[in-house]
Each structure stands twice: as structure tokens, then as C-alpha cells.
Design a protein around this ligand. Structure first.
Ligand code: NAD
Length: 309
């Protein structure tokens, strides 16, 4: 069987690699952290240096934090480009700036190496369950060749256009998710300050138009005050920074993205960077002086004092 490489075994990469192994893929893996490599080796993978991955694998996945790490892994000294053979394919599943994707794709193309950008949505839960959604950019024939491999880790893979198109759609996805989390935070903080039972509010709205996967997965954690990641605030902040940069490059106005980016930058500066992005609710907690998991319900106090019209 043809060997496949996988670089980047973090919150997302590890379970995705394990799903490739479960599908019978002969997998060579690498990560900066030896303990993460060991965990996936225990599941059946082989630990390998980039040089070995490049020389022996026809397809190599990367699942790294951002553009600089992907560039380093592919184009850097001792990177994949030094070892991959013509006809092989790099599939970058990280969420990065599409400008960086195109720069990498051009360099690979010069050596006869294909590239797909295939960022994902669905989070850690989707990575574990193998139900991720892939948004893909690249040449249609390369996508067709790689589709079945992608679908061992996800339940949908949509080719959105040429190189970088998957990354553009992922940035759009991240804007929508941030808007939904901010909207839920603002709305539930209003309900809290008005003295409404938040569990009842959740039950009442989840079946209506405001129902969403963000509501289902993030609001219960907000109500419990549990911000274990999941998707770290610093990574979402990175996506919004890339979205702003790329939108300005395209001349696209993104005033809400700028606002969400400011909120997340503020929270990261205050020590929330390693928490789940649902910690966006803390921005409202700081503005209002209460929080969803505890604190005061101001309107109830005023109602009890009968000073409400
Ligand atoms: P993570 O930080 O948990 O994992 C990244 C891994 O890459 C780490 O294990 C790190 O050691 C390794 N790494 C970094 N630089 C490296 C290098 N140069 N060579 C080898 N290994 C290197 O991040 P994650 O949550 O798994 O996210 C990965 C990507 O997927 C990011 O772009 C993120 O925005 C995106 N993403 C994350 C989620 C999520 O819910 N966590 C969801 C969708 C997309």
C-alpha cells in the first residue's frame, strides 16, 4: 500500500491521523512534540523525519497552527520540498492565509508537486468522530484523486475553486462562527441580566431560527463556565487576523470581523488565549460585571424592588 505522511498531531491532527489508521492507511507521522508522535505510533503509525516522509510518501498531510509553520514544514530548510518526488501531493488542512497557500502551491508546482488546501470545520468532536467538513482548493483532478482519503476523516469534501479557495471559505466560516458565538454571548448575557432562567432560554430557542450548532455545542459550556478547549481562542484570533488581512487585500469591507478580532485580542491579552473560543462570553462578563455561570441578575433585583416600569 502507498505510504501517506502526516505532520502536525495536535488537538485536530491526532484524531484525524488515527482515523486514517483505522481506514488501513500506512501512515508516517511527525510533530514537534515527541509525546504526541508516540501516542499516534501506539495507534499504529510509524514515526518519521520529514526527509523520510518526503522520500517515501505520495501524499503528505499537514495540520499545523498557521501559515509560518506550514511554510517552514514545506519550503523551509530540510522541508518537504527538498525530498518530495514529482507527482506527489501536499494536502494542507491547516487554516492559513490563502496568499501563503498560493505562494507554497506555486513553489511546489515548479517541482511538479501538487497541492490542495483542505481546511476543516467541525472541531475536535468532528475530528474524533470522522465527521469533519472539508473546504478544498486546487485542481479538480487532484481533488478527485484525494477525495476518498479526505473522506476517511470527514463526511463532506467540497471543491470550492483553485488554489487558496478552500482557505478563503474557511476564513468566511470563521467569521460566521465568531458572529454566532458573539451573538449567543450577547443574547444570553441579556437574558441573565434580565433575571431569566438560562437553561429555559436555551431550551426555548434551540428549535427555532436562532438554533445552530454553535448554540448546541458552545452555550451549554458557557453556562457551565467550562472553557476547556476545543478550539483555542488564540487560533480563532489568528483566523480573524488572517481574514482581516486577506479581506483588505481583496478590498472587501469586514467591519464585524474587525470588531470580533478586537474582542478576541483583548481576551487573549488578559490571559484567555489557551481557553476555548466560547470564552468570548467573558468579554461581555467584563463589560457587565456579571457572568453566565454565576453573578447577579440585575433586572430581577430591580423587579423585586418594584422600581421597573
Ligand atoms: P494544535 O496547536 O493543537 O496542534 C498543532 C500541532 O502542530 C502541535 O502538535 C504542534 O506541536 C505541531 N507543530 C507546530 N509547528 C510544527 C512544525 N513546524 N513541524 C511539526 N509540528 C509542528 O492546533 P489544532 O487545534 O490541532 O489546529 C490545527 C489547525 O487546524 C489550525 O490551523 C487551526 O486553526 C485549525 N482548526 C482547528 C480546529 C479546532 O477545533 N481545534 C478546528 C478547525 C480547524
Amino acid at each position: 500500500m502507498k505510504k501517506v505522511g502526516f505532520i502536525g498531531l495536535g488537538i485536530m491532527g491526532s484524531p484525524m491521523a488515527v482515523n486514517l489508521l483505522k481506514a488501513g492507511v500506512d501512515l508516517l507521522v511527525d510533530d514537534h512534540h515527541a509525546d504526541r508522535v508516540e501516542a499516534v505510533v501506539r495507534a499504529g503509525a510509524q514515526a518519521a523525519k520529514r526527509s523520510e516522509i518526503g522520500r517515501t510518501c505520495e501524499t503528505v498531510f499537514t495540520m499545523l497552527p498557521d501559515g509560518p509553520q506550514v511554510k517552514e514544514a514545506v519550503l523551509g530548510e530540510g522541508g518537504l520540498l527538498d525530498f518530495l518526488r514529482p507527482g506527489s501531493t501536499v494536502i494542507d488542512m491547516s487554516s492559513i492565509n490563502p496568499k501563503v497557500t498560493r505562494e507554497i502551491a506555486r513553489k511546489l508546482e515548479e517541482q511538479g508537486i501538487e497541492m490542495l488546501d483542505a481546511p476543516v470545520s467541525g472541531g475536535e468532536t468532528g475530528a474524533v468522530a470522522g465527521t469533519l467538513s472539508f473546504m478544498v482548493g486546487g485542481r479538480p483532478e487532484v481533488f478527485e484523486k484525494c477525495r476518498s482519503l479526505l473522506l476517511t476523516m470527514g463526511e463532506s469534501a467540497v471543491l470550492c475553486g483553485g488554489p487558496g479557495a478552500g482557505g478563503v471559505v474557511k476564513l468566511a466560516n470563521q467569521i460566521m462562527v465568531a458572529a454566532n458565538i458573539a451573538g449567543c454571548s450577547e443574547a444570553f448575557m441579556l437574558a441573565k441580566m434580565a433575571g431569566v432562567d438560562l437553561e429555559k432560554a436555551f431550551e426555548a430557542v434551540r428549535g427555532g431560527l436562532a438554533g445552530s450548532r454553535v448554540l448546541e455545542t458552545k452555550v451549554p459550556a458557557m453556562l457551565a463556565g467550562d472553557f476547556t478547549p476545543g478550539f483555542r481562542m488564540e487560533l480563532h484570533s489568528k483566523d480573524l487576523r488572517n481574514a482581516l488581512e486577506y479581506a483588505h487585500f481583496c478590498g472587501a469591507p469586514v467591519p464585524l470581523t474587525a470588531q470580533f478580532q478586537e474582542m478576541m485580542t483583548n481576551l487573549c491579552a488578559q490571559g484567555c488565549e489557551k481557553e476555548d473560543h466560547s470564552g468570548m462570553v467573558k468579554y461581555y462578563a467584563r463589560l457587565s460585571g456579571t457572568d453566565l455561570a454565576g453573578g447577579r441578575a440585575f433586572e430581577e433585583e430591580r423587579w423585586n424592588k418594584k422600581d421597573i416600569i
